[in-house]
Structures are given as C-alpha cells and as structure tokens.
Write a protein that binds this ligand. Sequence first.
Ligand code: SDX
Length: 379
Amino acid sequence: RTDEQQIHKGLDGVVADHTAISKVNPETNSLLYRGYPVQQLAAELPFEDVAQLLWTGELPTDAERAAFRERERAHRALDPRVRQAIDLLPLDAHPMDVARTGISVLGANHRLAEDSSPEAELTKAQELFAAFPAVVAYDQRRRRGQEAVEPREDLDYAQNFLWMTFGEEAAPEVVDAFRVSMVLYAEHSFNASTFTARVVTSTQADLHSALTSAVGALKGPLHGGANEAVMETFQEIGVDPAETREQAAVRAKAWMERALEEKRKVMGFGHRVYKNGDSRVPTMKQALDAMIVHYDRHELEGLYDGLEAAMQEAKGILPNLDYPAGPTYHLMGFDTAMFTPLFVASRITGWTAHVMEQRADNALIRPLSAYSGPDERSL
Ligand code: SDX
C-alpha cells in the first residue's frame, strides 16, 4: 500500500483552491461573505442584497438593486413545465428529489442553457434564485392536497416565499427569522455540495448540471440533510407542547446520554472545520428564540437546551447551523422533509457564485488515488 501519509481521507485539511467569496475562520469562529461578517449581513440586509453581494463581490447600488428586484419578481411564477414534471413524481418522493428535478427542468428549458459566458451565468443564477421558491412552495402544498399559490409582486423574497407556501401573509417576526436563515445558509466556502458544483463546473459542464449535482450532495444527513434529521431527533424524543421547558430538558438530556452510550451520531452537532462552535449558530439561535416566543412553544427550548448541554458535557461537541434551523422551520409550519430544500433555496446563491468563480479560472479537478487492490495477475 502507498504510504498512508500521502492520503488525505475525506480531503480533510486539504486546501484545494483560492476563493474570494467567503472566508471561514475556525480560530475566531467567524464567517465573512466578500469581507462582511455574516452576522452584520443577517442583521441588516434583505436576502436579495446578500445574493448580489455573493455574485458580484459588492453590495448593489440603488440602480442595481432596482434592476435585480424587477428581474427577481418577474421570474417567480411556477414554470408550467416544472409543475408538470413535479406532478409525475410520487407524493412520497423526497422533496430533495423534487428540488433536483425542478432545477434540472429549468436548466434543460433555459434559453441560455449552453451559454457559459459570465453574463449568461449571472442571468441563469438570478433567474434560478427567483424561480426556485415556487418549486419548494408547490411541493409543500401538493403534499397537503392544496393548490399552488401565485407569487405576489408587492412582497420581497422572504415574504413571498412564505406567501406562496402557506397562502397567507406571514407575521413580520416570522419573515425576519426566515430571512436570517436564508442569509446564514447562503455560503460556506468549500463544503461538500459547493465543492461538488465546482468539480462539475471544472469539466466545463453547464451551470444547472453543477447545481443538480450539488443538490445531490446536500441531501445527505452528514451535510444539509442534518436540518431534517435534527427535527426527527426532536420527534423521536417526543414533542409535546403541553410540557414545560424543564420537563422537556430532562427528557432530552436522558435521550442524549443514551444515544451517546449507543455510539449514535447525533445530527446537528459537530463540524469538519469549526471545532469551537459554528459562527452562524448564535444568530440562528436568536431567530429560533424569537419563533419560540412568537408561537409560545417553550418546550422546544427545553429539548434544544437539554440536548446541547448533554452533548457539551459528554463530548464537548457543539451545534452546527442545522441545529437551530431545523426547529425554526418546524415552528414556521414546514414539513420536516422540506427543510433541506429551504437550504437549497439559500445555497443556490453560494453555489452559483462558485460556479462563476471556478469558470473564470478553471483547472479540471481530478485528484489521484492510491491503489490498494491485488497486485497484477494473469487470467
Ligand atoms: C453542514 O462543511 C460545511 O461547511 C458544511 C455546512 C455548510 O454550511 O455547508 O456547514 C453545513 O453540513 C453542517 C454539518 C451537518 N451534519 C451533521 O450535523 C451530522 C452530524 N455531524 C457529524 O457526523 C460530523 O460532526 C460531521 C460530518 C459534520 C463532521 O465530521 P468529521 O469532521 O469527519 O468528524 P468525525 O465524524 O470524524 O468526528 C470526529 C469525532 C468522532 O469521534 P471519535 O471517533 O474520534 O471518538 O467526533 C465525534 C465522532 O464520532 N462526533 C460526533 C458527532 N460529530 C462528531 N459524535 C456524535 N455526534 C456527532 N454529531
């Protein structure tokens, strides 16, 4: 066997390329999008501005903001071809499969499908950003036997997303928590799905091929699928709105102790890069706290705190962004299986920014492997 020293299993610790899109600093627990701390962006800006920042490198001018606003609002309606394709999928298909299919149909029908010029890529990124919420909203509604809801041009991205999903205007606190989640999920350097998008782009394939592949990578519970898995954990422990915060915390603690004894991996905890805490968790936790107050569901706080404290005590492992995001989306009324497509809606911004960056300075991504099969032999 080749010297194990040369093998970087899981590419752990490998620096694969430069990026100017975001900087993750595990020492300081910080995350910058194009130089701006993500907490500041989440506190101040609409998600639409953050998307433009990720794509172009700068916050939009008023004129750029107005132009994007018009384009985004013009591409929100559910494409009838996408609707037809979704209707072919069974109601128990995973929503991430629906998301992947939606993006695939949008790509195959795009007038610029095979045009990979920087202008075409930006146009495709912006239109996909605008069109994707209708895929998630329609999928959520059809699972409940409800009709699709038309988008509204007088609402911003976050308001309209919730409008199309639930068919009613969300309270301002709910819109704000949703907007914060979108900003925090948008970008995170060379995570598995973004790297997947870059690998596909490196072969000179088109943007939508890179994005459908990224959706596949995000689906797994070690990556984006963790936000659903967190809620499944809560449900396994038992969510009972009649319980007090303290009662829920006691049961959560006991559950965690048993799970760790059984050597289970508990979803929503740990991170490949951050070992002292995920930079996005405090901001997302504030959004969750606001939802707990808004919906008066303090038993969820008990479950959250109980699990976190027991994990911290037993293994010193801290939560990642999916941990507060899962229960936040639950409180808003999304089905658990819809949570990872919400991550997709946000990460479309980061993925497409990386597709453009990879395209602009491309080298085929093609690592080596150390052969460990039988020595050469004859038939
Ligand atoms: C995301 O990279 C990104 O940027 C991703 C992301 C993004 O924005 O794109 O931040 C989004 O994907 C967040 C991660 C969501 N995944 C989960 O919540 C799944 C649960 N977490 C883990 O499986 C794990 O922590 C990973 C996959 C996130 C990281 O895994 P690593 O770096 O490969 O670490 P590891 O699995 O080798 O763990 C090291 C040790 C092990 O113990 P020992 O064998 O050394 O005794 O820590 C333990 C692990 O067993 N451990 C856990 C644990 N996470 C780590 N033990 C129990 N539960 C956990 N969640």
